[in-house]
Design a protein. Structure first.
Length: 233
């Protein structure tokens, strides 16, 4: 009996791996280019290549598959690049009615979220988090696994501020008008370039002030021309 059960479990693992390989392969062979969607149809070649690196599409295919499995095990199904479209979590259950539902975000109840699905419209950065749902009836309750939602908002640069010493301050904020918090800071990285091809990371150059990202490059005066960009992970 134990050998039979172990055999069935082994086949189950093989089937699950086969399904993940098929779904990964279908996504990889899709005519839709995720990097092009991420960067935008009007993106330059440099912006397109940056999008590929950000999404990990420049990595070897086996590495991409391993990362895909890792995200799948953590309930992270990826990022939707469609704009203006609602995002929805849904759960399918079987059990004795009546069934009750309570959605949670980061372990706390979401107010009025008591349906089998949880829909978001007009997503903002504040919607990011780990979501789960508790399903209950008169006999018992059960909690789902976590699903991770991460909302990335493009940054919009404000007019630079020229200081008396010749250095420049740059402010940027979410393009949708949302405010950044100190907890968002570790997700950002500033980079500089003199030719838009070779980029250097500027360590400890970013801070948050009044809901905006502040970039201060103390070595800016050493270059006749310098370009900047902000990356978010």
């Amino acid at each position: 009996m134990i050998r039979y059960i172990l055999g069935r479990l082994g086949w189950a693992v093989v089937v699950i791996l086969a399904i993940t390989i098929i779904t990964f392969g279908v996504t990889y062979l899709s005519p839709v280019d995720p990097a092009r969607l991420y960067a935008g149809l009007r993106a330059t070649h440099q912006q397109y290549e940056l999008a590929r690196r950000t999404l990990g599409l420049n990595l070897p295919l086996p590495v991409q598959y391993v990362r895909y499995l890792g995200r799948l095990l953590h309930g992270n199904l990826g990022t939707s690049f469609s704009t203006g479209q609602p995002v929805q979590f849904a759960v399918t259950v079987t059990g004795t009615a009546p069934l009750g539902f309570q959605w949670l975000k980061n372990g706390s109840n979401v107010i009025s979220a008591t349906l089998p699905s949880l829909a978001f419209a007009n997503l903002t950065r504040t919607n990011s988090g780990s979501y789960s749902v508790i399903v209950s009836n008169l006999a018992s309750s059960v909690a789902s696994s976590n699903a991770v939602l991460k909302v990335l908002v493009p940054q919009s640069f404000r007019a630079p501020v020229l200081l008396s010493a010749g250095s420049i301050l740059f402010f940027s904020g979410d393009s949708d008008g949302g405010l950044l918090t100190p907890g968002d800071l570790p997700n950002f990285m500033a980079q500089a370039s003199t030719n838009l091809l070779d980029w250097t990371s500027l360590l400890n150059s970013l801070s948050i002030t009044n809901g905006l990202l502040l970039l201060q490059d103390t070595s800016q005066t050493n270059y006749p021309v310098r370009f900047y960009r902000i990356l978010e992970q």
